[in-house]
Design a protein around this ligand. Structure first.
Ligand SMILES: Cc1ncc(COP(=O)(O)O)c(C=O)c1O
Length: 341
């Protein structure tokens, strides 16, 4: 339950944090024909925050862009893989709001752009692709670019990969507040909330928000890049930084970090079983999961549930964080699977 001081600190939080409304929220919550045993599956459709500015990134960008404006910045600089949803969303938001935009992307430049990269290019972002750049190299590159921009009289705002910092986290603290209303009205028996964990902001925000808004649920993060063991200390650190920055009246000991492995063959690498799951899920429900985040997450949760590693008393709520455009660069794999069936 909320304590009075929790509520006070939250009220003052929304006054202290700048937010630019970008997302079409509240997003719908739907009951799904897919079930986990006798437990129902609900899906919160954060893939519908807006198209093509869709997905979880838009909720984070509302606060990140708010901070950028507060700091009087005029250029958004961020990074990710070549098919980064966050980079694509940032490029579009920048174009819509009149910011400049520089994206530092790692991976191989495809002969022909597809998916998120295609949309980011079409949005006019300045794109710098570095094959094999580690997250440290990308971060260094961003800061060098920011220095260059300052020399030119620009005012850059540098965002971490996935927009997962103490500002971006507010997107999912506020999503948890929205979810509290959804659960009370539509899905009162939900006891488990599942989200993908890629750069951490969605999971950490939801975990904090669930506590702040008194949601009686376990929040499970499915690690789609790295493992639960590598993520646990990073999640703890991120929670601590967020609690300190916004002075949340909660102790880290009150939070239960529950993570399941979902990376499979590797970040953004798809197994045939994952592709089969995504394809069958679309065929059964009419809802498209992406191969990098949401598909791996629900597939891993499904496996863990069927193997008895996860038990849930009540219904399950999955936050569909978007990623639709990531399906298209995987079209060959999907086609191979479709031809087999
Ligand atoms: C579609 C999609 N879902 C989930 C995630 C994971 O969210 P987070 O980075 O907040 O952990 C990402 C990005 O990493 C994403 O692009």
């Amino acid at each position: 339950m909320n304590t009075t001081s929790d509520v006070n600190s939250i009220d003052s939080l929304w006054m202290r944090a700048e937010r630019v409304p970008l997302a079409r929220i509240p997003t719908p919550i739907e009951s799904c024909s897919y079930q986990f045993g006798t437990n129902r599956l609900f899906i919160k459709r954060d893939d519908l925050t807006d198209c093509p500015m869709s997905g979880n990134k838009i909720r984070k960008l509302e606060y990140l862009v708010g901070e950028a404006l507060m700091q009087n910045c005029d250029t958004l600089v961020t990074c990710g893989g070549v098919q980064s949803n966050h980079a694509r969303a940032t490029a579009i938001v920048a174009r819509r709001l009149g910011f400049g935009c520089v994206l530092v992307l790692s991976g191989d430049e495809p002969g022909e752009s597809d998916g998120n990269l295609l949309l980011a290019k079409m949005s006019g972002a300045d794109i710098r692709i570095h094959p094999d750049a580690s997250s440290e190299v990308r971060s260094d590159r961003m800061h060098c670019i920011a220095d260059d921009l300052r020399q030119l009289g620009r005012r850059p705002y540098v965002m971490t990969s996935g927009g997962s910092d103490e500002v971006g986290v507010l997107g999912y603290v506020s999503a948890a507040q929205e979810l509290a209303g959804d659960l009370a009205n539509v899905a009162p028996n939900v006891s488990t909330v599942v989200v993908p964990l890629g750069s951490g902001g969605t999971y950490v925000g939801m975990l904090l928000g669930a506590r702040l808004f008194g949601l009686n649920v376990n929040v499970i993060g499915a690690t789609v890049d790295g493992t639960p063991d590598t993520w646990r200390p990073k999640v703890t650190d991120y929670l601590n930084r967020s609690i300190a920055r916004w002075q949340f009246d909660i102790s880290i000991n009150d939070l239960s970090i529950e993570l399941i492995p979902a990376v499979g063959k590797g970040y953004a690498l798809s197994s045939e079983a994952e592709i089969q799951f995504i394809t069958e899920f679309a065929g059964q429900t009419g809802i498209f999961l992406d191969p990098v985040y949401t598909g791996k997450t629900l597939y891993a949760f499904d496996r863990a549930f069927k193997d008895g590693q996860i038990k849930t008393e009540g219904d399950v709520l999955f936050i569909h964080t978007g990623g639709l455009f990531g399906l298209f660069p995987k079209k060959e794999l999907i086609n191979q699977f479709l031809h087999k069936t």
